[in-house]
Design a binder for this molecule. Structure first.
Ligand code: B12
Ligand code: SF4
Ligand code: SF4
Length: 227
């Protein structure tokens, strides 16, 4: 099985993935298949640096372009696995539905922490060691017997509070995440959505939840942005 593992990772990276991890999802009842494939694509550094004073047209365009790219990577990844005789479900933006409480059945971030890509920051974003939270995510569910990575179950935010201080909607309480903690215990998604939509309307003239101050200020992102 080792061969399909590395062949598949190489395939996804050639398709444009910046980070790939394999997750044991057998403990997650919402997962329709036992293995998860987490995929992250980095946000271009100039786009992240450009949103210092609010969302820009370039970020707005990158948002859609990266969603499209992620949809393509996971769709092609699922086709690859099916071609090897396995079941595979690509969690594309059309396949995943968000309810009125801003929740999906199986969020990409759950697959990502299980695959060892990062932890849930105080910001409620997935924070990676390499790019910080400056990534967009997607995932595939499968029964292919991929060798799973070590999950990350503990936050590495420590005493940092940059995102809590910088958030224009005070959505981030500053509480530290651990596995099993519900989002609403430390993050106000309604405050975030309302403020981000107001800011996006002012800055780019679009009715969309677009802000990103929480990832722009994260010290884990600055390592990537300054290289
Ligand atoms: C609904 C939604 C929103 C809502 C709610 C946000 C939220 N944090 O839930 C609103 C409209 C407010 C929003 C805003 C934004 N969003 Co949004 N959003 C989503 C969406 C569609 C679903 C998220 C969801 O289901 N939330 C429900 C809660 C319960 O889950 P969660 O937040 O993912 O995190 C929990 C689980 O992952 C769980 N978990 C983690 N590990 C484990 C392990 C185990 C064992 C268990 C049991 C649980 C568990 O714990 C977490 C905390 O409770 C995802 C895409 C997707 N399909 O996943 C994008 C997504 C989360 N958004 C994203 C982004 C970038 C944004 C914005 C920056 C907007 C922008 N583009 O400018 C802001 C940032 C808000 C913030 N700080 O979180 C990115 C995040 C990338 C990252 N690095 O994490 C995503 C993944 C989209 C993408 N394709 O990349 N968003
Ligand atoms: S996207 Fe903006 S409003 Fe929402 S949590 Fe991040 S900084 Fe706060
Ligand atoms: S800014 Fe600090 S507290 Fe917020 S997610 Fe990044 S490391 Fe964690």
């Amino acid at each position: 099985m080792k061969e399909i593992d590395s062949e598949f990772k190489t395939f996804l990276c050639k398709e444009g993935a910046s980070l790939v991890g394999f997750a044991d999802m057998s403990c997650i009842p919402e997962s329709k298949l036992p293995i998860g494939v987490a995929i992250a694509v980095k946000l271009p550094a100039d786009i992240v640096l450009g949103i210092h004073d609010g969302p820009t047209k370039a970020y707005y365009e990158a948002y859609f372009a990266l969603n499209e790219k992620l949809n393509q990577i996971v769709s092609r990844g699922a086709t690859f696995l099916k071609g090897h005789g396995y079941e595979a479900l690509a969690q594309t933006t059309t396949a995943v539905h968000t309810n009125e409480e801003h929740r999906t059945v199986l969020p990409h971030k759950t697959v990502a922490t299980r695959a060892g890509l990062g932890w849930i920051g105080k910001s409620a974003l997935l924070v990676t060691e390499v790019f910080g939270p400056a990534v967009r995510l997607s995932s595939i569910l499968t029964n292919a017997p991929l060798r799973c990575d070590e999950p990350i179950t503990v936050s590495r935010c420590g005493s940092c509070n940059e995102c809590t201080i910088a958030c224009p909607s005070q959505a981030i309480s500053g509480k530290i995440w651990k596995v099993g903690m519900d989002r609403d215990e430390f993050f106000n998604s309604y405050a975030c959505r309302e403020k981000a939509r107001q800011i996006a309307k002012e800055k780019v003239g679009k009715e969309i939840t677009l802000c990103g101050k929480c990832f722009e200020v994260c010290p884990y992102a600055s390592k990537y942005l300054n290289t």
